[in-house]
Design a protein around this ligand. Structure first.
Ligand code: XMP
Length: 474
């Protein structure tokens, strides 16, 4: 608390988290923080901390809420100042709830299942919301956060992407005094990281593209074209696909697959580094959601998935890690990439998971399922581009498991694979909603997959949001 006062912090946001405030092992801030010197906004778990600290009651909710809900605004001042509507849709994800408010706290909004969905302390310096204003699916969530930051805390606007770019380049070029090795995958994050580093440290940078055998069709050739030929970034290609596929042989458990891919990736990377080194630094395009969801931040978020670009660093190499994008979300990385001159086609490319098609194959990764998955993914991507939908959605892809369903082909019974198509809308991948695709688009994807991908007799469409599902099936 003394540190916050010394730093003249304008306000504090206590974020959500997986713990329960009444559990003995749950994290609690310094009590002085909630005595009212600094404005505080508590979100979900953070809100429940405020309620508990002031003598209210938090309990396991009788009706839990996950996903979309409707908030009725009762008071259009404070957090909701400037709002013209009485209702907004908001995103909830909680199993605990405030059941009794502390004395003096007033209710600013209610939702279907939360009579205390938004509250304010008597002095107007502490606020709590049970929903998540920080996710894109909460309507006017940024306006709620802006009201807190600018109106309640009185903070000034000073951050811009071009300042961030200048400061990051200046920081990297002052700090980096040796060779840097950067693994690139062709995805937006590592491409932006490599171009940024190229700008900052010039020929101290060497990039390497490791083909895991789990990539999308034509990925290597495309990367070579835009990074090496168009942007002049030094890059070498290593085909390690046999090592990955043999290490994955017979493995079905998703986190085990991730660990194996992380380990084989680290080995391939390490070998390259030893043969072409010495390198002093290891650069990665890690983003903020990777840091949070992999449990590698100091925040107490649950480990949702072990994203291999964070979890599987080569431990045998004594290289310093450089992660220039670790404070950014994907949409911010895209804006940064645009400032750096990366082509729109690359920037708009849908995210692709580090462990590649292995997390789009449920159960064992077999050559047959890999082929079905790769070809079906290509059909979905092409159909989205042709239908003018690709740039409107966060991600569209296909996944396959071991389900075999009965079909009929040329009047004959034929048992084959069932492929699931998933298209989602999202801003930051922390939450997502399924895309309401047109019947025509779904019909053409289904027809193309069953006609063109040998061995598939059925196609289904995934209609789950995140939460409760994650975007990738594994
Ligand atoms: P999930 O499936 O966690 O994905 O909702 C969030 C976003 O991150 C992308 N992504 C990954 N997903 N392992 C993953 O499971 C990874 O290593 C990884 N890297 C990126 C994912 O495609 C989605 O956009």
């Amino acid at each position: 608390m003394e540190d916050l006062l010394r730093m003249k912090v304008a306000g504090v946001v206590l974020s959500g988290g997986p713990a329960s405030v009444y559990s003995p092992s749950s994290p609690h801030p310094d009590e002085a923080l909630l005595r009212g010197h600094i404005p505080v906004l508590g979100i979900c778990y953070g809100y429940q901390l405020i309620v508990q600290a002031h003598g209210g009651e938090v309990e396991r909710a009788s009706r839990r809420e996950y996903g979309k809900s409707s908030l009725t605004i009762l008071d259009r001042s404070g957090l909701f100042s400037g709002f013209s509507q009485d209702k907004i849709s908001c995103w909830m994800s909680h199993s605990d709830a405030a059941t009794r408010l502390p004395a003096g706290m007033s209710v600013l909004g209610v939702s279907d299942n939360s009579p205390y969905a938004a509250v304010q302390s008597a002095d107007g310096r502490q606020f709590g919301v049970q929903f998540h204003p920080e996710v894109a699916h909460t309507e006017k969530g940024s306006a709620i956060l802006s009201n807190f930051v600018f109106n309640v805390c009185g903070a000034k606007r000073g951050w811009s992407m071009s300042n961030f770019l200048d400061e990051t380049i200046a920081d990297l070029s002052a700090r980096i005094d040796g060779r840097v090795l950067c693994a690139v995958s062709g995805g937006v994050d590592s491409s932006v990281a490599s171009v940024l580093l190229n700008r900052a440290v010039g020929d101290k940078l060497q990039c390497v593209f490791i083909d895991t055998g789990l990539l999308r069709e034509g990925e290597g050739a495309e990367v070579s074209k835009f990074l090496r030929e168009d942007l002049g970034v030094p890059i070498e290609f290593v085909d390690a696909s046999r090592a990955f596929l043999s290490a994955l042989d017979g493995v079905a458990e998703p986190e085990e697959k991730r660990r194996i891919i992380g380990r084989v990736f680290a080995e391939a990377f390490e070998r390259y580094a030893r043969e072409h080194g010495p390198f002093r630094y290891l650069a990665q395009g890690t983003l903020y959601p990777d840091v949070i969801e992999s449990g590698h931040s100091s925040a107490p978020a649950s480990v949702i998935k072990t994203h291999h670009n964070v979890g599987g660093l080569p431990k045998g190499l004594s290289m310093e890690v450089v992660e220039p994008l670790r404070a950014l979300y994907k949409d911010e990385v895209r804006s940064l990439g645009a400032l750096l001159g990366l082509p729109a086609k690359v920037l708009q490319r849908h995210p692709f998971p580090g462990p590649g098609l292995a997390v789009r194959i449920i159960g064992e990764v077999t050559p047959e399922k890999l082929r079905v998955c790769r070809q079906s993914n290509k059909v979905v991507e092409d159909a989205l581009v042709e239908g003018g939908v690709y740039n409107k959605v966060w991600q569209g892809f296909a996944y396959v498991g071991d389900d075999r369903v009965t079909g009929v082909l040329g009047d004959e019974r034929k048992v084959g694979y069932q492929v699931t198509v998933k298209i989602v809308e999202s801003i930051d991948a922390m939450t997502a909603d399924w895309y309401r695709a047109s019947n025509e688009l779904l019909e053409s994807i289904s027809a193309k997959i069953t006609n063109e991908v040998e061995g598939v007799v059925s196609v289904v469409y995934a209609i789950s949001s995140k939460p409760p599902a994650t975007i990738e099936p594994q």
